[in-house]
Write a protein that binds this ligand. Structure first.
Ligand code: AMP
Length: 420
């Protein structure tokens, strides 16, 4: 132990568990790479105003959870609390929406930061894989993203998750609903904080999990009853496309999500084995965000899936990912000359693409064989003075336990053939 520890609400990924995280990131992004989404990477911090304007001044994410800083040059920056605003900012800055056909489809993976009260599944530094489809208003695009997330979770073997689906309406119908909801909420017996929220962001009050609030919300106006014809038709088509794809979802009219920019389609993937932090991923349509951050009208849709919570969901379902060993050959030299010869062989193997490792540190045979075992290598190559005098090495198959002498010159070809 050093004097230092990982900051509160964070944790390190270390081998062997870190391999699981890599595999999860890979599985969550694989369907996107296969569906026309291009990779995008943006800085870990942005102008604070991007988030306050984009995500929304009244949201918890902006008002309570952002890590903000003032640089020596006087810029106000924030560690990114989410991906959508940054990706849209970057796409606009690079004029991606003008270069090719719309939609611009992008995927990303990275670290996000929120100053939240840490608990299981809720961290101050966490990891997401995300996707954004920018510049098209097409229900098939909303459906595509939901289908791809469903596919990603299923290829990992997850089963106990549900898809919650809702429509938040658009700039025509939502304000009318908002007025009706505010009128209803103002009559209720609520604390000052919640009262303020009625003015700022009344839909978020519906999301309040406290029983004393939920009890009073019975009979509240329901957004579905206020959707305009265009929003209704759009939502129906998303639902039909999901059904046609065999993706099962639940209509959840209370689903509002914590970000202000959503319009129309919103969805969340919840896992039933995770306790209170049950959302493993979520997203929706954000038709007004581009204009909110100074861009042209670009109706868009996206999602972000949490890597940390996906790993927890795998654990909750008892799923062990099959992770192939990263090392194929482990070399164990006995003596100085063998060190030089085998080190050269390891280099040669690596240069032809065989994953190989070496017993460093000059320990004895026993320690070196322990390292070989721990590496998960399929083969070990052992050589001492007598072997080298005969021009051979001992090649041991760690699965069958069989060992054979192989001519030094033939080793690389022999190993490649056996691994093929
Ligand atoms: P959101 O941007 O809040 O919709 O989050 C999308 C996904 O990111 C969630 O479903 C979680 O899986 C993950 N996530 C969000 N916040 C946290 C957090 N504080 N700790 C761990 N995962 C998080």
């Amino acid at each position: 132990m050093s004097t230092f520890k990982a900051p509160k609400g964070t944790y390190d990924l270390t081998p062997p568990d870190s391999a699981k995280y890599l595999a999860v990131r890979e599985a969550l992004s694989a369907p996107l790479k296969n569906s026309g989404y291009g990779y995008i990477e943006t800085p870990g911090f942005e102008d604070v105003a991007l988030f306050s304007r984009g995500v929304g001044e009244s949201t918890d994410i902006v008002s309570k959870e952002m890590y903000t800083l003032t640089t020596k040059g006087g810029s106000e920056l924030a560690l990114r609390p989410e991906g959508t605003a940054s990706v849209l900012r970057a796409a606009l800055e690079a004029n991606l929406h003008k270069l090719g056909n719309l939609p611009v489809k992008l995927w990303y993976s990275g670290s996000y930061y929120r100053y939240e009260r840490p608990q299981k599944g809720r961290y101050r530094h966490f990891s997401q894989v995300g996707a954004e489809a920018i510049g098209a208003e097409d229900p098939a695009l909303d459906a595509e993203l939901i289908i791809l997330a469903d596919q990603a979770y299923r290829t990992l073997g997850l089963q106990n998750f549900r898809i919650l689906l809702n429509s938040l309406g658009d700039k025509e119908c939502r304000p009318i609903y908002r007025d009706a909801l505010q009128e209803f909420l103002r009559e209720l017996d609520l604390d000052d904080d919640t009262r303020r929220r009625i003015d700022l962001n009344p839909l978020r009050v519906l999301d309040d999990k406290r029983p004393e609030v939920q009890k009073q919300l019975v009979g509240a106006p329901v957004l579905r009853d206020y959707l305009c014809d265009a929003c209704k038709a759009y939502h129906e088509e998303v639902r039909d496309l999901l059904t046609a794809a065999g993706v099962v979802y639940e209509d959840d009219e209370k689903l509002v999500r914590g970000l202000d920019y959503y319009t129309r389609t919103t969805f969340e993937f919840v896992h039933d084995g995770l306790g209170s932090q049950s959302a493993v991923g979520g997203g929706g349509r954000y038709d007004g965000l581009s204009e909110m951050i100074g861009g042209p009208a670009l109706p868009s849709v996206g999602w972000a899936l949490g890597v940390d919570r996906t790993v927890l969901a795998l654990e909750a379902e008892g799923i062990e990912l099959e992770l192939p060993s990263s090392t194929s050959v482990f070399a164990v030299p006995l003596g100085e000359e063998a060190r030089r010869v085998l080190f050269a062989k390891v280099t040669e193997l690596r240069r032809v693409g065989v994953a190989a490792d070496f017993a460093f540190g000059g320990r004895g045979l026993k320690g070196a064989m322990k390292s070989a075992n721990r590496s998960g290598a399929r083969f070990t190559v052992v050589a001492g003075e007598r072997d080298l005098a005969e021009g051979v090495v001992q090649l041991k198959d760690m699965e069958s336990g069989e060992q054979q002498a192989v001519a030094l010159d033939a080793l690389v070809a022999e190993v490649r053939q056996k691994l093929a």
